[in-house]
Design a protein around this ligand. Structure first.
Ligand code: CP
Ligand code: NVA
Length: 305
């Protein structure tokens, strides 16, 4: 049993599906406006070193719906690793709060936070991964396709934190995962090697997006310059232009391919307006499901289900 939620790789396949089952029931209760105060009296400290809309709003609202309270701590508030050492923040904040969610730059910092925290720590994105996002993504695919196992998921673009979490998902759940981007922007090599060695999934790294999109059940993209890489944005735009999800590229995928994006999207860069707004796009279901999945993760970490 996982004590923290730092990476999908830390969960077994059964634990992943248990989160999805709980997500489904919490989502139904939310829709019916049926009270589900499973975390009454609980507090969640949310530490952000980077900006956020979805992560902040979905955790804060989700915690309220569970009967608890969430505190938003902005990049200016704590200065984790700058104003105060990560291990000191961990010990102080976990004396006040039942749970910590953090969005940080270095992945080693969230690991250190977890090591020194007496309360469960949830990873709300690091430079390395974004596990809450990919759990919500997979749940959304499950809702739309009735299964996620065995599907072909094509991640087009940068081998970034979201791509790494998809590889960690494929490490546990059998898939055909393709990461397709230009030379020089690969996902994390160790993460890839571990997932391939586990042998559950077929994982390909391709450079040709037309070839990649063939038979895709899901086409996924994300920004070309992640938070913290703003200085590289212009260089990256040039390197990634051939990977834009536009009408022409999408014509190489089956007609019913699902289109996903973790958001925020840079419309006109990695995805066009037309593809974002197309009937195949499930980006807002995906965004909504962040909240339902994270509620399930919090309830599990608290041992309340
Ligand atoms: N997808 C996602 O994590 O969005 P935010 O950066 O707005 O939280
Ligand atoms: N890869 C993006 C994801 C944002 C949710 C970033 O890290 O900025």
């Amino acid at each position: 049993m996982y004590k923290h939620f730092l990476s999908i790789a830390d969960l077994t396949k059964d634990e992943i599906y248990e989160i999805f089952d709980l997500t489904r029931s919490l989502k139904e209760k939310t829709r019916r406006r049926e009270q589900h105060h499973l975390l009454a009296g609980y507090t969640l400290a949310m530490i952000f070193a980077k900006p956020s809309a979805r992560t902040r709003i979905s955790f804060e609202t989700g915690m309220y719906q569970l009967g608890g309270h969430a505190l938003y701590l902005s990049p200016q508030d704590i200065g984790i690793g700058t104003r105060e050492a990560v291990k000191d923040v961990a010990r102080v904040v976990s004396r006040y709060n039942d749970m910590i969610m953090a969005r940080l730059f270095a992945h080693s910092h969230i690991e250190e936070l977890a090591e020194y925290s007496s309360a469960p720590v949830i990873n709300g994105l690091t430079d390395y991964n974004h596990p809450c996002q990919v759990m919500a993504d997979a749940f959304t695919i499950l809702e739309h396709r009735g299964k996620v196992e065995g599907l072909k998921v094509v991640f087009v673009g940068d081998g970034n934190n979201v791509a790494n979490s998809w590889i960690n998902f494929a490490y546990r759940v059998p898939l055909h995962l393709v990461i397709c981007g230009p030379q020089g922007y690969p996902p994390d090599a160790q993460t890839l090697a571990r997932a391939r060695a586990a042998g559950h999934s077929k994982i390909e790294i391709l450079n040709d997006p037309r070839e990649a999109l063939k038979d895709a059940d899901v086409v996924y993209t994300d920004v070309w310059a992640s938070m913290g890489q703003e200085a590289e944005a212009e260089k990256r735009k040039k390197a990634f232009m051939a990977y834009q999800l536009n009408r022409e590229l999408m014509s190489h995928a089956p007609k019913n391919t699902l289109v996903m994006h973790c958001l925020p999207a840079h419309r006109g860069e990695e995805i066009t307006d037309e593809v974002m707004e197309s009937p195949n796009s499930i980006v807002f279901d995906e965004a909504e499901n962040r909240m339902h999945v994270q509620k399930a993760i919090m309830v599990k970490l608290a041992g309340k289900a």
